[in-house]
Design a protein around this ligand. Structure first.
Ligand SMILES: [Zn+2]
Length: 581
């Protein structure tokens, strides 16, 4: 599948204007650090004499932040749409290296100014409560001495990407990247799968010491950052820096326990079914991705246009309003879906914060996953549109624990109409794969999260203790269903593949929490699709203006990841799964 990159389409200047600017001059060059800092200086120097003026000041700050965010988004989108253009890549890097760090200290000063003024001229408590607690937390955590340490952390994260991205293997006569090697795991020829899997695993092991070293340095820096900020440990620091106001490390630990009790056994059930269908004595690490009945991979469409047309049909059926919104995205050139040479891997949704429009990027090649990816990113896009009316930028996006409800729920609700692409048999197969994937991810999230809690609660641990700890968690959360004979060394460093541990520590539990929210939306939709969808949209419309439990409540679901929620949900999931095998 291929398409042509057209620079003029990634221009975005022709997007409809959402709101006229009040503070930022129309012709301001926001790529110029001096101009940007001059605008910030105006905000910093402005004299405020009333609550009304303070509110105006907040909105002007928000307008500037939205305009800057959009400039950054456009540079990022262009770069990912054409990674082989040096000018485009250079423009993005320059923005990240100049404008972004320059505004960090100013932002801290503006936060201080705001908190002082808000005491003098109190604003509507209910409206600003969520905004204010975030500002207070940022002020609390900001320490000048941490700025250079954070830059070092960012550079080390890049090292992780460089080492990961550079790994290739020679296989079947050609040099292949590790993501490219993934396709062999779908091959029905077991010997070929094993060979490809072993080649990949051996290649990773070669760089094991590099990864250990990068992690060791990151670990030391993070503990120092936490100490500088006066936190008990890095766990506490990071919970604050992610603005996790509505749950604690102890809640996460309860999630781990509940997963072990109610979700890990389901993984055992799925593994046993697979083993029987494949007529194997043991499942080995290369047996998990292939179709257990030996069928060829699903081929739902050929061209990106067909993916768009089919997904349009699905959204129309889910909700005509969402259907119209997706159609508008096509008309405004806000989709870049087809895989082509020079495009960055993966998929994402990015919001153009000033135009208040979403953009979807992905690499469709005609496989089942592509449909789920577009449904997922579509959910994020509907979220951006639903909350677009709020004048405050901070309230136009929700915390990740709810953003991923919007997207994952859409995978499930939209999945009800996936027969748009498939025969009855293939529909069942696609939905089964999806459901099994969800159960596996819920356990993997607990595995990764439990390991990270252990790491930062043991700041003095040795490399060998870390290895033992990982192996323990891996067994506990489902590793025992796979036969790792003669592969202990590979198993011991599996976590090296999880970029979150290196780049965004503790950012992972969000997927587990949100998936439980999405499953609740799905269960509601089975009972009463109309009401479930109206609730879903009501939750999305709140953006980030309320605390998490209220966002969940508005969407007709509970912000809760304890046994009371997990147990009945897993019963519903098991019942559904049994219909599909
Ligand atoms: Zn997402």
């Amino acid at each position: 599948m291929s398409s042509v990159f057209r620079k003029e389409e990634m221009d975005f200047t022709k997007l409809p204007v959402y709101a006229q600017r009040n503070f930022v001059p129309a012709r301001a060059d926001l790529l110029d650090v001096k101009e940007v800092l001059a605008l910030y200086a105006k905000l910093e120097e402005r004299v405020i004499g009333s609550a009304k003026e303070l509110e105006r000041w907040l909105l002007d700050r928000s307008e500037l932040e939205a305009a800057l965010s959009q400039v950054g988004s456009i540079l990022y989108i262009r770069m990912t749409c054409q990674t082989d253009d040096k000018d485009i890549a250079g423009a993005y890097t320059k923005f990240i290296e100049t404008v972004s760090p320059a505004i960090k200290p100013v932002n801290d000063r503006l936060n201080h100014k705001y908190l002082a003024l808000a005491k003098q001229f109190p604003l509507d408590r209910n409206r600003y409560e969520v905004h204010d607690r975030a500002i207070r937390m940022d002020v609390d955590l900001f320490v000048e001495a941490n700025v250079p340490l954070q830059t070092k952390v960012e550079l080390l994260s890049q090292d992780y990407q460089t080492v990961s991205g550079a790994m290739t293997v020679n296989f079947e006569g050609q040099e292949q990247t590790l993501p490219q090697m993934g396709k062999y795991l779908l091959e029905t020829d077991r010997a070929l799968r094993e060979k490809a899997w072993r080649a990949t695993a051996e290649r990773r092991l070669k760089d094991k010491d590099k990864f250990e070293e990068i992690f060791g340095e990151l670990f030391t820096l993070r503990n120092a950052i936490a100490r500088n900020a006066g936190a008990k440990n890095f766990t506490e620091y990071q919970f604050k820096s992610y603005h996790r106001f509505d749950y604690t490390p102890d809640d996460c630990k309860r999630y781990h326990e509940t997963v072990e009790q109610f979700i890990v056994p389901l993984n055992g059930m799925i593994a046993q079914q697979r083993r029987e269908e494949m007529k194997l004595k043991n499942l080995r690490p290369w047996d998990g991705a292939v179709d257990p009945l030996g069928r060829k991979p699903l081929k739902p469409f050929e061209k990106a246009e067909q993916l768009i047309a089919g997904t349009q049909t699905i959204f129309n059926k889910v909700d005509p309003q969402l259907g119209r919104e997706f159609k508008e995205m096509q008309d405004l050139n806000l989709l870049d879906l087809a895989n082509r040479k020079g495009k960055a891997p993966g998929g994402y949704q990015n919001t153009l914060s000033e135009a208040r429009k979403p953009f979807i990027f992905m690499n469709a090649v005609g496989v089942d996953d592509d449909i789920r990816t577009l449904l997922h990113e579509g959910g994020h896009a509907f979220h951006a549109l639903a909350s677009a009316a709020d004048p405050l930028l901070d309230y136009r996006h929700a915390p990740m624990e709810f953003c991923e409800v919007a997207s994952m729920a859409m995978e499930l609700i939209g999945g009800r109409y996936i027969n748009t692409f498939y025969s009855e048999e293939d529909t069942k197969r696609s939905n089964r794969e999806h459901l099994e994937g969800i159960i596996q991810v819920l356990a993997w999230v607990a595995n990764i999260d439990a390991f990270q809690h252990w790491l930062y609660e043991h700041p003095q641990h040795s490399a060998d203790e870390r290895r033992q700890a990982w192996l323990g968690f891996y067994e506990q959360f489902g590793g025992k269903f796979i036969d790792w004979t003669d592969l202990t060394e590979v198993k011991a460093y599996l976590w090296h593949r999880q970029l979150h541990i290196f780049e965004v520590p503790f950012y992972y539990i969000e997927y587990g929490i949100a998936q439980l929210g999405a499953l609740q939306v799905w269960r509601n939709a089975k009972k009463d699709p109309k009401k479930a969808l109206a609730d879903y949209r009501r939750g999305l419309a709140l953006g980030g203006s309320r605390p998490l439990p209220e966002l969940y409540k508005a969407a007709g679901i509970k912000f809760d990841f304890s046994e009371g929620i997990i147990r009945p949900l897993m019963e519903a999931v098991t019942e559904e799964w049994q219909k599909l095998v």
